[in-house]
Design a protein around this ligand. Sequence first.
Ligand code: NDP
Length: 328
Amino acid sequence: MSDTFQALVVEKTEDGTSAAVRDLTLADLPEAEVTVAVEYSTVNYKDGLCIGPGGGLVRNYPHVPGIDFAGTVEASDDDRYAPGDKVVLTGWRVGEAHWGGYSQKARVRADWLVPLPEGLTTREAMAVGTAGLTAMLAVQALEDHGLKPGPKLVTGAAGGVGSVAVALLSAMGHEVAAVTGRPEQSDYLTGLGATRIVPRADLAETVKRPLESETWGGCVDAVGGAMLARLLGQMEYGASVAAVGLAGGSHLPATVIPFLLRGVNLLGIDSVLQPYENRVRAWARLADLLPRDKLEEIIVPATLSDLPKLGEDILQGQVRGRVVVDMN
Ligand code: NDP
């Protein structure tokens, strides 16, 4: 039996970086407690950055990207995991500061793993991935701060976070308005449960009036920037916005008026440093809530060699739903 396996390795070049599938051995992997045979990984926005020149996230080359993966434990020096256990990894700067999931074997710290939630396969877990876990954390934050009656808005809806947020909110019985810049994805979004499509252009203008009609009873925002600033003024009294992403920019050209006159809450969502208990709780709810047929619709299948192109696509906002990379 060969002891080599395949991984996507990013190397530094004179004018940037280049990514290619290479053979590695176990001796190439970093030191850590648990070795996992990776079955599936995914493509998140951060992966796009790390497959390319890095956006400042990767410090050392050669590098193996992949910020999340699911697979089976092969060897473990930690009592919590034994060979044969199915596990999931998200966060902890894996795939950025540490070698990640674009490899048929990965070696990681036991603290970073959670057991595969009951009822999900490793493939389904990666259809959810970091983006879906973050969507769940955002929905939970909205619940904790009081969802209001109006329709729930999801921005960047055809992307990874957005797709799962639409499916989750709809499965929970909410009316969901999906903001997209890709009208051709309208059928996909209504298939996931959106009851209304809002063209991105409707929210693209910067804030002219700090308060507009009270329209949305809660929002999962994957876009940030001018769109987040604008929609703050459209929230119902006391409603909350979970700020998840910056696909449209990190600058927030807003006024504080919606906070002061309407008691709007802006909730920050981080998936990277979530404590173990929170990750387990969110995964259990995802396994419970997400309709499997909708999860299947979200999946775009891929293999290791597709990753350089997919990395570019996600940075251009051109990936729909969730790419699931088959590492087997
Ligand atoms: P995707 O690329 O899959 O989705 C982003 C979506 O945003 C696109 O599909 C597009 O949706 C929309 N979009 C893209 N560019 C623009 C733009 N210029 N203006 C307005 N809308 C735009 O990425 P993910 O879903 O994986 O991630 C979304 C964001 O969330 C990223 O910024 C990512 O870094 C962040 N994130 C944060 C996490 C956290 O822990 N806080 C964890 C995971 C992700 P459409 O075509 O429908 O308009």
